[in-house]
Design a binder for this molecule. Structure first.
Ligand code: GLP
Length: 245
């Protein structure tokens, strides 16, 4: 695991946007695994600026997203399809036919099978971007006694529902289940890049970077088993987590 400590969250966002744009320039038809949440937003803003400045071309890029809330249609303003369209896809020259966000509507088993098939189609992601939940969850693979390899429907924990309530009018509007890519497809990516910032992530990041344990109680710790994984955090978070370098 490579641990990158930057001076600020803006610097982390620029660092990761550069990793992504360098990949696209090296491999114009690359496959990106994309994430939602507040953390990736500045990364996507950087990529939009680079695309406008002619520094990166998305015309042949393919993307697959990690997850989607169950019960929200793609045009719901809190769905992850809507998030991706409004925070990235609508502002760059990507062909939306080359983007995939799982459906949270319809037959759950069929949707999960489709997500696994899309993750594998033409090879797994060249780069998988990840945020991290306060409890260490990645995508919607929740912390608990077991993790599931395949894509599946996950019951969201109290902690995740509370953390994500800030995007909804009220907590009771947050869906309690989501479809998520499973651990296998996430870890099958050639390169996995986890980005984090903020005090709420301190304990999850401490377990990830200052402790040797791999545990289902912090799904992010499975990145320790990946040959080409990066954790990008700002100095404030690194110090809070007790990282000594
Ligand atoms: C959600 C997403 C995760 C994301 C997490 C943290 O639960 N499913 O992919 O990493 O939120 O989000 P934020 O970046 O807003 O803290």
């Amino acid at each position: 695991m490579n641990i990158i400590v930057t001076e600020s969250y803006e610097a982390s966002a620029a660092y990761v946007a550069n990793m992504i744009s360098e990949l696209i320039n090296r491999k114009p038809d690359c496959k990106l695994g994309l994430a939602t949440g507040g953390t990736p937003v500045p990364i996507y803003k950087n990529l939009i600026e680079m695309n406008r400045a002619g520094k990166v071309d998305f015309s042949r890029v393919r993307t697959v997203n990690l997850d989607e809330y169950c019960g929200l249609t793609g045009d719901h303003d809190q769905s992850y399809r809507y998030f991706m369209d409004t925070n990235l896809f609508n502002h760059v020259n990507i062909d939306k036919a080359n983007t995939f966000v799982a459906s949270g509507i319809g037959d759950p088993a069929a949707n999960a099978a489709q997500l696994d098939a899309k993750a594998a189609e033409g090879g797994y992601a060249d780069l998988q971007l990840l945020g991290i939940g306060n409890n260490g969850h990645i995508a919607f693979n929740e912390a608990g006694d077991k993790l599931i390899a395949e894509s599946h429907i996950e019951q969201l924990t109290e902690s995740t529902i509370k953390a994500n309530a800030r995007f909804f009018e009220k907590e009771s509007d947050v869906p309690t289940t989501a479809i998520t890519m499973g651990m296998r497809s996430i870890l099958a990516a050639s390169c996995v890049v986890l980005v984090a910032t903020g005090a709420a992530k301190t304990e999850a990041i401490r377990q990830l970077i200052c402790d040797g344990a791999v545990t289902t109680h912090n799904p992010s710790t499975f990145l320790k088993l990946h040959q080409n994984s990066y954790v990008v955090i700002d100095r404030t978070l690194a110090e809070a987590a007790g990282y000594k370098g």
